[in-house]
Design a binder for this molecule. Structure first.
Ligand SMILES: NC(=O)c1ccc[n+]([C@@H]2O[C@H](COP(=O)([O-])OP(=O)(O)OC[C@H]3O[C@@H](n4cnc5c(N)ncnc54)[C@H](O)[C@@H]3O)[C@@H](O)[C@H]2O)c1
Length: 425
């Protein structure tokens, strides 16, 4: 832990700040919608006097979100939402160039990660920007008295929303929470195109393997799984999908992928990618039937999608072959299973996460959600809320505008037709 004029912070290396600043500014060029919001926020200062904690992947895009919130008058503190997703140069630049206290070090232990979550609560935020719901869950478990200080929270990812909905069902969620992930301008693009591209990017950066001709098993055909499957096929892979939802499974079949249960896919795949948000979707029996040299990774929010505890029990001590590449030799039969990025989100562990152009819309949703919560302070019931659809549409319109793409609008005649039941053929 270190201290400057902004108070305490915990980052890897202050000397990385200059590199971080250059990369933050590079990402900013690809974030026109967020830039527009920042300009508006700088004029209107809608977050004056608001203390805000951002628990996020500490990336160049997150830095631009934090700059946007700062321009609105908010005082922010940043922590990592995953022990392996911090970009240390960005963390340093946030501290030294933008005066934001950051508590995030790439590769931090689970204990340090949890300590940073508590540090975030010590900041006594009015708003929590969460990614995976660890800050809100810790508040419920350990700091419930602080709930009265919170105006509301926003949640970035699918897994976090699953947790918030479970808190809501149990009658435990004490404030409104905006499900940013559920905005169409978030999951249609970030989960599908962002995860699709960056997951494959992470695998290639970690291993430098050729994708063409490999059999890639994508576990889960939700928004992320669709994107990963699409991009893997684009590089020439034979894609196999596993699912538990019959509708998603039919969708995968009609999209042209082979679908089978994991018990069959385990012996067929060369590379396995989990994106389910669920626990132990690759388990002991699956590792045991994999080919020698099978590569396994996860791009879902938590590392528990792979049962790595079981894999450790089945194997000799792992050997690190390259950064983010560990080999586990099975005690029975000797097959080698290669695990990437310790089972943590491979796109953030071994690559840089989603490209800025897609995070532009996700973080426009975040910035406008925070403004919405503050504007409607005291009016929203405790529970999980969506941003109004009009905001979603406005973000898409701004994105199209920034891309220089025009679309049609309804003529008065068409408007009348669409609102009438009387006109048929
Ligand atoms: N890597 C990233 O940057 C990134 C980005 C966005 C979301 N996420 C995370 O990725 C995960 C998936 O998100 P999503 O938006 O695609 O969710 P989703 O709900 O759209 O899809 C998840 C899919 O997994 C399926 N599934 C559940 N259990 C399964 C099992 N045992 N076997 C096979 N399939 C199973 C579900 O039926 C569903 O279709 C979540 O944890 C989310 O938080 C990661």
């Amino acid at each position: 832990m270190n201290e400057t004029s902004i108070g305490e912070f915990d980052i890897k290396d202050p000397g990385l700040a200059q590199d971080g600043k250059r990369r933050i500014e590079w990402a900013e060029r690809e974030m026109p919608v967020l830039r527009l919001i920042r300009k508006k926020f700088a004029e209107e200062k809608p977050l004056q006097g608001i203390r805000l904690v951002a628990c996020a992947h500490v990336t160049t895009e997150t830095a631009n979100l934090v700059r946007t919130l700062q321009s609105a008058g908010a005082e922010s503190l940043v922590i990592a939402s995953n022990p392996l997703s911090t970009q240390d140069d960005v963390a340093a630049s946030l501290v030294f160039d933008y005066n934001v206290p950051v508590f995030a070090v790439k590769g931090e232990s689970t204990e340090t990660y949890n300590r940073h979550v508590r540090t975030a609560l010590d900041f006594h935020p009015h708003i929590i920007i969460d990614d995976g719901s660890d800050v809100v869950a810790t508040l419920l478990k350990e700091r419930i008295k602080q709930a009265d200080e919170i105006i509301g929270s926003t949640e970035e990812t699918t897994t976090g929303i699953v947790r918030l909905e479970s808190m809501e069902r149990a009658g435990l969620l004490p404030f409104p929470s905006i499900a940013v992930n559920n905005a169409q301008t978030k999951h249609f693009f970030d989960n599908r195109y962002g995860t699709g591209q960056s997951t494959i990017d992470g695998i290639i950066r970690a291993t430098n393997i050729l994708i063409a001709g490999r059999t890639i098993v994508v576990v889960g055909y939700g928004w992320c799984g669709k994107g990963v499957s699409m991009r893997a096929r684009g590089l020439g892979a034979n894609v196999v999908v596993t699912e538990i939802n019959p509708i998603k499974a039919v969708e995968a079949v009609m999209d042209g992928f082979r679908v089978m249960p994991m018990s069959e896919a385990a012996s067929v795949g060369d590379i396995f990618i989990t994106v389910t948000g669920n626990r132990h979707v690759i388990d002991a029996q699956h590792f045991s039937s994999m080919k020698d040299g099978a590569i396994v990774c996860n791009s879902g929010h938590f590392d528990l999608e792979l049962n790595l505890v079981a894999l450790r029990e089945l194997s000799l001590s792992p050997i690190t072959l390259r950064p983010y590449v560990e080999e586990f030799a099975l005690l029975q039969g000797g097959n080698r299973i290669i695990v990437l990025g310790e089972g943590r989100l491979i796109n953030l562990a071994a690559a840089e996460g989603h490209p800025a152009s897609v995070m532009d819309m996700s973080f426009a949703n975040q910035a406008l959600s925070v403004e919405y919560l503050v504007k409607h302070r005291g009016e929203l019931k405790p529970g999980v809320h969506l941003l109004p659809e009009i905001v979603d549409t406005e973000i898409a319109s701004l994105k199209l505008n920034a891309l220089g793409i025009k679309i049609d609008s309804l003529t008065p005649e068409q408007l009348e037709y669409l609102s009438s039941w009387e006109m048929g053929t």
